[in-house]
Design a protein around this ligand. Structure first.
Ligand SMILES: C[S@@+](CC[C@H](N)C(=O)[O-])C[C@H]1O[C@@H](n2cnc3c(N)ncnc32)[C@H](O)[C@@H]1O
Length: 330
């Protein structure tokens, strides 16, 4: 095994307690914890929006609404599953069981210093960028040598079809910005209402991201939890899935990613829709078309871990992650 810049043994207890024995069958020992400041901001947002009752349902943390479901869908996803999305992203990025092998190092090297320009699709309430930036902020707060407090600018370009989701993301970024800044991370969020099924809309979003990729700016794509929609059938009984309809738009995105040799972290749950339908098609119909960006793993490994619930006192649930990490081939 090659040496890692950031070893699993260096993950602080505030994010991962490897000694936690919970005795739950089907889950390895250990427990993840979202960064405390992220938990606090999320609880505050839930209180401010009067969503305490809906958010108290801990049995529903690990799924996702399928598509764009208006204001009600946005609010429901935020109340019930935002923490599940963040947990999945933290599990994939910290990779405490060393399942994905390359993602922990990517976190340390991408988010060290300088300027990162991140295309976050679909933005939802911002779980992708929020979870990654908050984990880095926590590692900086812990004084981890591989996460020095150097100036880091993260420019997030987020696209989502549901404007109510975008508003929730803007709220979370506003709430977390002071803490991120304390840790030397300056974050800017630009958003666009975007439809992954429309070529023109995708071209506008990609243009917005590409326009900021100047000089030494590091290009990153974070794709999270799109399989609930894109892995689903277009019509009951029909083998065609929504990703087949979105193929040309996704190719458009990754054509620019390949040209710019962007790093991609694509993170999904571990259900059939993600691992048997969406991720294999994403690999074959989109990623395999490009030779300048390549996956670090030919399979879709899965990782599972218990995580503390930020809303229910003493509560915990299972976070499950699969995904694809794309890097430049040279
Ligand atoms: C499960 S949520 C994931 C959100 C976020 N990435 C996360 O991890 O929490 C799926 C998102 O896909 C968005 N979406 C659904 N249909 C879409 C479309 N045609 N184009 C772009 N986004 C879409 C929804 O509005 C929703 O925010």
């Amino acid at each position: 095994m090659s040496a890692q810049v950031f070893e699993a043994s260096e993950i602080p207890m505030s994010l991962w307690d490897s000694t936690h024995a919970h005795g739950r069958s089907g889950l390895p020992n250990g427990k993840l914890q979202l960064p405390v400041r992220l938990e606090e901001a999320y609880r505050q947002a839930i209180d401010d929006l009067g969503l305490q009752d809906m958010a108290g349902n801990i049995d529903d943390r690990d799924n996702g609404p399928v598509g764009d479901q208006g204001e009600d869908g946005a609010v429901e996803h935020f109340a019930k599953r935002f923490s599940g999305s963040c947990g999945r992203i933290q599990l994939y990025a910290l990779d405490p069981h060393h399942t994905f092998k390359t993602t922990r190092n990517a976190l340390a090297t991408l988010f060290c210093a300088g300027t990162v320009r991140m295309l976050d699709i679909p933005l939802g309430a911002g779980a992708g960028a929020v979870a990654l930036i908050s984990v880095v902020a926590q590692l900086r707060a812990e004084g981890k040598p591989v996460f020095p407090k150097l100036n880091l600018d993260v420019q997030v370009v987020g696209g989502d079809h549901n404007p109510h989701q975008i508003k929730l993301a803007e709220r979370m970024f506003r709430m977390l910005n002071p803490w991120w800044q304390e840790q030397g991370i300056n974050v800017k969020l630009e958003t666009m209402v975007w439809d992954v099924l429309k070529d023109e809309s995708t071209s506008d979003l990609v243009e917005m991201w590409r326009n900021g990729l100047t000089g030494t700016v590091v290009p990153v794509i974070v794709g999270t939890n799109f399989s609930g929609f894109l892995g689903g059938p277009v019509q009951a009984g029909n083998s065609r899935r929504w990703i087949d309809e979105a193929e040309s738009c996704l190719r458009q995105v990754f054509s620019v990613a390949a040209g710019r040799r962007a790093t991609t972290l694509w993170i999904e749950p571990t259900d059939k829709r993600a691992t048997q339908h969406f991720l294999p098609k994403l690999r074959k119909q989109v990623f395999e078309r490009f030779s300048r960006i390549i996956p670090t793993d030919q399979n879709n490994p899965t990782s599972h871990a218990l995580i503390s619930d930020p809303i229910v006192d003493q509560g915990s649930f299972a976070a499950r992650a699969s995904g694809i990490h794309l890097v430049s081939s040279i």
